[in-house]
Design a protein around this ligand. Sequence first.
Ligand code: FES
Length: 133
Amino acid sequence: MEYSEKVMDHFANPRNVGVIEDANAVGEVGNAKCGDIMKMYMKINDEGIIEEIKFKTFGCGAAVATSSMATELVKGKTIEEALKLTNKAVAEALDGLPPVKMHCSVLAEEAIQAALTDYYTRKGLNPADYIKK
Ligand code: FES
């Protein structure tokens, strides 16, 4: 299996690793098959901009690399932009993933969606009105 240099870089030096204590959006997702877990923390300001984002991934190298890249791609973006981020776009930003590892990138997309679902729920809003999947 061949990994791109970008995947190796984000795996070896993942960006935005950690926890945001006063996050107003937290999402956790897992893959039942491999047992890997990804947790995403965000601080979203009143303008709907994701000011801060951090993650913790207990999983394979591709899951770590895609979480890292996904956080880089949505940092400073609006909620709407973050909701449009697909796992394919994350994989492309990493110069591709081996086909057997594409499912790992799905976790990153799902973790962002889960955090934003939490964000709307905390506000007393119905996430389904905002997150169309
Ligand atoms: Fe589980 Fe990659 S093998 S996320």
